[in-house]
Design a protein around this ligand. Structure first.
Ligand SMILES: C[S@@+](CC[C@H](N)C(=O)[O-])C[C@H]1O[C@@H](n2cnc3c(N)ncnc32)[C@H](O)[C@@H]1O
Length: 1017
């Protein structure tokens, strides 16, 4: 039977997903990103939407199972949803025309995934900002606030269940009843197990209850799809797959990523559950002191008010907190004296240090703190700075309030000596550091005062502490020595990972780990659960380490510590903050613990955990042929992030904290590099070509295994949309015998006003859906070209109706074009040569361009203008591109584009002319008899921007007096594709939103010739 297309192959609410994804970046409490740093985590809304849309069919597809269509009606229809939250838009909010969205199953599914709230839509009309949490309607699947809402998440689970089991022939109601009984079995088994007192003590009865729960979960998962992410990284995709009730698998080659995955995708869901202790057992486990602290709402009383037991709502969160606090206490007991309190008993919260460069002037040799500036705090209402006091070659500082203009002493890594004015160049400084790592000077101590952070000079004791004998050993693991792109500090002599820490920092981290290792012997028994607690303690130490290096940054406006990783690399820094782990402020160990506990609590509600595997993907024996239902993944992109190299920062510590618990994962001296699917030049003897080949080969072989193991959709998120990225992606997908069936641009960087249409340049990331291909043999170039043109034309129409415009529409067409091409083993031209992917993309682009212009009747220059705007916006492009596109179905030549100032030359490149540039180049634009439509519109925009309304009305009367005139179609199209925030968009929107009054008033306007001549002078 022919399968129905999945929703992801035909439609996605990309604007809504983008909006919630932007919000996702600022969510902190309980968010996966707060458990442990991982580079380039995908926003959860994208992951949830892509998983869901990859698993459910398009209700409008002729092959869509009837039961699924019924289920959509039942679950998303008006009848069962008060207020009808999934009703399609009355007017699609991101288009410039009034266009109601048809009320059908597909659109209801889209609205369920994400729908803009009424408040948001109203504010957008008024040009007002909406608070991020109000962007989407309260009932949207991808909204952060709904991630644990059993009703809303339950709808997705039920729809997936019905879609997955539709071959059973049961009705939607029957299948939903089946779902309910399976899910209730889980809930009942949970209730039975979790309410049993002292379930931590194993017994036959407890084991039976545990087995019953596991069986109920298994029975449920057996009826749900199997979803795999071969590049799971920080775990966002498997987390969402499990949330939606799927059997979720995640692989990552990197042991650090694997530990993060266990902490985020496995342990909270498995162990973050309630437990009831008898008082005796609680006291035995945690001691009398802890028993005395039990909150009243955890206490269980018998009928005669006797306190009998303790209900701990989340065993895992409680244990992690308990043991972490114990570990902290013992560590502080040992090394707390290295962070002394002041005379009033205040604990510093951080220390501000600088590395010292020695002036290269032989007669000066001053030891100079390498400061880029002097502010410790620089806010509009609070300014505090270090005031240098220079005495010969002695440099001291006072701390003062107010402003300073004093330029920093470091400029582009060169040091200007404040004592003699000599410049010591970076090269010489590097040599100094390579000979011996630099001294450091404590410049300020930061503490919490009554009105926020306060700064004071260090006491002599505080300054000396770092020189005190502390018991540190530096292990020898080296950083990458020749990677000038990501980890540059070895060029400054910092060769070992351990060189990133001062003695006190190193001593602190080592003491935490040493105490953790003590716990392993004394406190915790070695079973699966205790392994899990120890893992969290190591993860907690991982949160303490990055705020305790000599490569962090003091955020001067924000008054907070930034880790060395703010830029997915480790850059050189000269001044840095060090946190006091034993204080109670941000950056402290206790504060870091809070992030962990919040995460555990926030994800413990979900019943389903992911199966995480620490291995290089691409092993065909990992899953049986076609075992997986779907693969959803986000592969690395060339050399964008050096995961293995960067994560060695944590790995070298994990070996000490977790090496014995996970011996296989930490068997190698550093993270595995050779199998990593990246193109890091440094791993390939600095040969870029070899590095690229390695990446492309690896991606291809991993996709090849996936094709073998997957029966349905493979959805791939790709971080870039350049032609090179598209070519790589298409080559790997087609090479792995799969075919692209859909593609969507999802912009997670959307700025200020969300809907301001027309993010005209291609958005940065693309999600592509693919299917294992059924190849038809060889294809003829002309036939395939025709098929592409036809498909793209249909798609443009369809997607346009759904509100897609500009670059988003183009991206969506790319996927459809590739799908025509990918049906063949190979496509050949008449001369027998093979059509390449690059050529195919060119055809796709041209067809989309053509299709976009087809419905648009106007002169060819205006068509070109609108088409080009969609492709490139106002960004620079190559001269050849103009020549190419002027040939596409238009009868203009490239030279004319320049004489008409449609394109403006810029050396070898060109940009599209905005209305102001064009009128500057020719002030008569729009006044000739053979007016181009774009000229008329640009002239009207210029008049609108001016203050002479009469002149504008006269002009409208002349060129656009009827609401149906082509002039208005061009203005509407412009409004939909002009880049957000551009002056052109502001003026075009102004003209369009005043359309009715302009036409009306233009009828009565009095023409005076003097006014007309004044217009553009
Ligand atoms: C773009 S990241 C994934 C990020 C993830 N989606 C998230 O939200 O955190 C790509 C991941 O692929 C992993 N990786 C690279 N090569 C691999 C391989 N050969 N097998 C498995 N994983 C690999 C990297 O370690 C990295 O974590």
């Amino acid at each position: 039977m022919t399968q129905a297309k999945k929703l992801i192959e035909v439609a996605m609410p990309i604007k809504e997903i983008s909006a919630e994804s932007v919000r996702d970046k600022s969510i902190r409490h309980g968010h996966i990103s707060t458990l442990h740093l991982w580079w380039a985590r995908r926003p959860l809304p994208v992951c949830r939407a892509v998983v869901f849309a990859s698993l459910v069919p398009d209700p409008l597809d002729p092959n869509c199972p009837t039961a699924f269509k019924e289920a959509v009606q039942l679950l998303l229809g008006r009848a069962n949803n008060p207020g009808d939250p999934y009703k399609p838009y009355d007017d699609i909010p991101y288009t410039a025309v009034i266009d109601p969205m048809e009320d059908n199953g597909r659109n209801r599914l889209m609205m369920y995934i994400g729908k803009f709230s009424d408040t948001f839509i109203k504010n957008e009309h008024l040009g007002k900002k909406t608070s991020a949490k109000e962007n989407l309607s309260f009932a949207s699947l991808i909204k952060w606030d709904n991630k644990n809402d059993e009703r809303i998440i339950g709808i997705a689970r039920k729809l997936i269940w019905v879609a997955h089991n539709s071959a059973s022939g049961k009705s939607a109601k029957g299948m939903i009843a089946d779902f309910d009984s399976h899910y209730e079995a889980i809930k009942d088994a949970e209730q039975d197990l979790y309410s049993t007192p002292d379930r931590h003590i194993s017994s036959d009865a407890i084991i039976a209850k545990e087995n019953k729960l596991n069986e109920a979960i298994e029975a449920f998962l057996n009826k749900m799809p199997k979803v795999f992410d071969p590049f799971a990284g920080g775990g966002a995709i498997p987390l969402e797959a499990a949330r939606l009730g799927c059997r979720s698998y995640g692989n990552d080659i990197n042991p650090v990523a694997h530990i993060i995955q266990k902490g985020s995708l496995e342990f909270p869901q498995k162990y973050g559950k309630p437990i009831t202790y008898s008082i005796k057992e609680f006291a035995k486990q945690y001691g009398e002191e802890e028993l005395n602290k039990v909150p009243v709402d955890w206490k269980v009383f018998t009928g005669n008010s006797q306190w009998t037991s303790v209900n701990v709502p989340n065993r895992l969160a409680f244990d992690v907190e308990f043991y972490a606090k114990k570990l902290l206490k013992e560590t502080e007991k040992e090394i707390g004296n290295l962070y002394p309190v002041d005379s009033k008993g205040n604990k510093p919260i951080a220390y501000y240090w600088s590395k010292i460069g020695v002036c290269s002037n032989p007669s000066c040799k001053a030891e100079v703190p390498m400061l880029r500036g002097f502010y410790l705090c620089n806010k509009s209402n609070k300014k505090i700075f270090l005031k240098p006091i220079i005495n010969g070659t002695k440099i001291e500082f006072e701390i003062e309030s107010g402003s300073t203009n004093e330029p920093g002493w470091m400029e582009r890594a060169n040091l200007k000596c404040p004592c003699c004015g000599n410049i010591t160049e970076a090269k010489l400084l590097k040599n100094q550091f390579k000979k011996e790592l630099p001294k450091q000077k404590l410049l300020a101590v930061i503490y919490d005062g009554r009105d926020g952070k306060e700064y004071r000079k260090p006491t002599p004791n505080e300054s000396k502490i770092i020189e005190r004998e502390v018991n540190v050993e530096r292990s020898d693991e080296l950083m990458p020595q020749g990677d000038s792109q990501n980890i540059k500090i070895p060029l400054w002599g910092y060769k070992r990972w351990m060189d990133m820490f001062s003695d006190r920092q190193l001593n602190c981290i080592q003491t935490f780990i040493y105490k953790l290792n003590d716990f392993k012997k004394e406190v915790l028994v070695k079973d699966e659960y205790s392994k899990c607690i120890l893992t969290y303690l190591a993860i907690w130490i991982d949160r303490i380490i990055p705020v305790n290096t000599s490569f962090g940054r003091w955020n001067v406006p924000g008054e907070k510590i930034e880790t060395p990783f703010s830029r997915q690399a480790i850059p050189m820094v000269f001044d840095y903050p060090e946190s006091n782990p034993f204080c109670e402020s941000t950056g402290s160990a206790i504060n870091q613990l809070d992030w962990l506990i919040r995460y555990i609590n926030s994800e413990s509600v979900v019943e389903f955990y992911s199966i995480c595997n620490n291995a290089s993907s691409g092993d065909k024996s990992q899953f049986k042929e076609k075992y997986l239902t779907s693969v959803i993944t986000d592969p690395p992109y060339y050399d964008a992030i050096a995961y293995a190299d960067l994560s060695d920062f944590f790995y070298v510590w994990h070996k000490q904290s977790l090496g014995d618990i996970y011996p296989l994962n930490y068997a190698t001296p550093q993270t595995p590099k050779s199998e990593e699917c990246t193109a890091i030049k440094y791993h390939h003897q600095n040969n870029l070509n070899n590095a690229k080949k390695h990446f492309e080969g690896k991606l291809l072989s991993i996709l090849d295994a996936i094709e073998h193991q997957t029966s349905d959709i493979v959805s791939i998120m790709f971080a870039h949309q350049s032609t090179e990225a598209w070519t790589t992606l298409c080559n790997s997908i087609l090479g792995a015998r799969m075919n692209i069936t859909g593609s969507w641009a999802i912009d997670t960087e959307m700025g200020a006003r969300m809907l301001a249409m027309g993010n005209a340049a291609l958005s940065s990331s693309v999600t592509v859906s693919c299917r294992p291909a059924q190849r038809k043999g060889f294809g003829d170039y002309r036939e395939v070209r025709k098929a592409i043109e036809k498909t793209v034309t249909i798609q443009v129409d369809e997607l346009y109706r759904l509100g897609f415009r500009g670059a988003d529409l183009l991206t969506a067409c790319f996927g459809q074009a590739v799908s025509e091409f990918g049906q063949y083993e190979k496509v050949e031209k008449a001369d027998g040569s093979e059509v390449t992917v690059a050529e195919l993309l060119e055809i796709a682009r041209e067809s989309a361009f053509n299709a976009l212009l087809k419905g648009f009747d106007g002169d060819d220059f205006t068509k070109f203008y609108i088409g080009w705007l969609q492709l490139y916006g106002f960004t620079e492009s190559e001269f050849d591109d103009a020549a190419k596109f002027s040939r596409v179905g238009l009868s203009i030549n490239v030279q004319e584009l320049f004489t008409e100032h449609i394109l403006i030359k810029n050396g070898n490149k060109q940009t599209l002319g905005g209305f102001q540039e064009r009128l500057k180049a020719n002030k008569n634009i729009g006044e000739r008899a053979n007016n181009l439509l774009i000229d008329q519109v640009h002239r009207a925009m210029a008049l609108y921007k001016g203050t002479n309304r009469n002149a504008l009305l006269q002009y409208i009367d002349k060129v656009a007096s009827s609401p149906e005139s082509s002039f208005w179609r061009v203005v509407t199209s412009l409004c939909e594709v002009l880049p957000a925030g551009s002056e052109d968009l502001i003026q075009a929107t102004g003209v369009l939103s005043n359309k009715d009054s302009l036409i009306r008033d233009s009828k009565t306007v009095i023409t005076t010739s003097s006014e007309q001549t004044r217009l553009f002078e």
